[in-house]
Design a protein around this ligand. Structure first.
Ligand code: UDX
Length: 441
């Protein structure tokens, strides 16, 4: 099928490349000319495993084109994906200005019969609004609107798109369903379920999924606090919980909490939507508070361990909001960096992917090329991101290089026994601390 994609951020770029891989003819468009030029020169604007190869393969087949004029993506398309950003307003509501602007472009350039698919995460009722905007701008145009939310994770985006757990299509129009069944035929043929709902249900299901994942994480973090206070181990507790098929082991890792572009934003958006509709979703407010508290609790451990922060050197291992990405948006590591720098500490960070992005966000942050360089002379080492290489750190070397042998493990990646044998004061989250020889605080 002929597919247009508006917006080549994480979702749009991966969606476009994946649909080309499934055999469709894709024109991906963005108003950001510099970004389109970059893509046309064979470069990807952000790091995502497997994506460079996928784009190179599909541009070589001629099935994936990059353009900067809306008419070029909309004009010929049978299905048009809206993948524009959906920021949050100062009041915490979803801002849908970009989505409305796409609606007007569609009205200007669409061929009759076009199916418009919302990929951006939007509040319920957006498909109806979009339909009304297009109808007002171009009365008489035949078109359908479907909600087709995207569930990809950064760092796994290509596989999540080519092998999703489920595909959701929400519409109030049979023509929309038919086109989407045809588009996703190759995936449905592999046994991937395609769930059809009304548009509002599909829109809300994406926000609900992300808010529920956030709730699982905050539950684990709140439990971690109780475990610390009662001498239990949250890692083992969540292992026990996760072995129950009804609960499942995913998203129960206690630590510094959830960051990134989606979980914090979508949890807040769902809470606001509920409030505006007349329901007090206090559970989600608690989820957000527990998440803030998770970072504050790790900061308190550092402060307790090193005493005054002024003039102390703090090494942050991991700056991205999670491993496998160079994204630092709402990264707990950067919240810590800001806080420690404001208290007069020298903050040195390491990240295999996100060092430049972190430095741009926090100019006082020093960045090191390898973790041992960051650790050298540090009064406290804080593990902020679960990059696999931190799991394998040479802990004897950490002890030798650090000014004080203290590790606060904000992601519970180290083996406590190994840390103890190396002589570290080891302070994980939600599990018993191990005190080395050099107890400070
Ligand atoms: C999320 C959703 O998973 C995805 O379906 C949606 O499309 C976009 O938002 P992403 O933002 O890429 O994906 O990150 P995710 O892997 O969900 O992790 C989010 C955050 O939660 C990270 O900061 C991670 O470190 C944290 N996390 C995750 C935990 O603290 N504990 C866990 O058990 C799992």
């Amino acid at each position: 099928m002929r597919v247009g994609v508006i917006g080549v951020g994480h979702v749009g770029l991966v969606t476009g490349a994946a649909l080309a891989e499934l055999g469709h003819e894709v024109v991906a468009m963005d108003l950001d000319v510099a970004k389109i030029e970059l893509l046309r020169s064979g470069k990807t604007p952000f790091y995502e495993p497997e994506l460079d190869e996928l784009i190179a393969r599909q541009t070589a087949t001629g099935r994936l084109l990059f353009r900067s004029e809306p008419a070029e993506a909309v004009g010929d398309a049978e299905v048009l994906f809206i993948c524009v950003g959906r920021p949050t307003t100062a009041a915490g509501d979803a801002s849908l200005t970009a989505v409305e602007a796409v609606g007007r472009d569609v009205a200007k350039h669409a061929t009759p019969g076009l199916v418009i698919a919302e990929k951006s995460t939007v509040p319920p009722g957006t498909a109806d609004r979009l339909r009304l905007t297009i109808a007002r701008e171009r009365p008489g145009l035949a078109f359908s609107v479907v909600a087709n939310p995207e569930f990809l994770r950064e760092g796994h985006a290509v596989q999540d798109t080519l092998r999703p757990d489920r595909i959701v299509v929400g519409s109030d129009d049979p023509g929309g369903f038919e086109a989407m069944r045809k588009l996703y035929g190759p995936l449905v043929g592999l046994g991937i379920p395609l769930i059809e709902t009304d548009a509002r249900t599909a829109e809300l299901s994406k926000l609900a999924s992300n808010a529920f994942l956030a709730t699982k994480i905050s539950f684990a973090n709140a439990l971690g606090r109780v475990a610390e206070l009662t001498g239990a181990d949250v890692v083992r507790i969540t292992e026990v919980m996760g072995a129950d098929m009804r609960i499942g082991p995913a998203f129960l890792r206690a630590g510094l909490g959830f960051g990134g572009y989606c979980l914090p934003k979508d949890t807040q958006t769902l809470e606001r939507i509920a409030e505006r509709a007349g329901y007090d979703f206090g559970l989600l407010r608690a989820v957000m508070l527990v998440n803030e508290d998770a970072v504050a609790a790790v900061a308190a451990k550092v402060e307790e361990a090193v005493w005054n922060l002024e003039g102390k050197r703090i090494a942050l291992l991991g700056l991205a909001f999670k491993s496998g990405t160079d994204d630092v948006r709402s990264s707990p590591a950067l919240i810590l960096a800001r806080r420690f720098a404001d208290e007069g500490a020298v903050v040195v960070g390491h990240d295999p992917m996100a060092a430049a992005e972190a430095r741009a966000a926090i100019p006082e942050l020093e960045v090191a090329d390898d973790p041992y360089e960051a650790i050298t002379g540090a009064h406290c080492v804080v593990i902020c991101t679960e990059w696999p290489e931190y799991r394998e750190l040479d802990l004897d070397r950490v002890c030798e290089l650090a000014a004080y042998p203290i590790v606060v493990d904000g992601r519970n990646v180290l083996d406590p026994d190994r840390a103890e044998i190396a002589g570290l004061t080891y302070l994980p989250v939600g599990r018993p601390a191990r005190r080395g020889e050099d107890v400070v605080g």
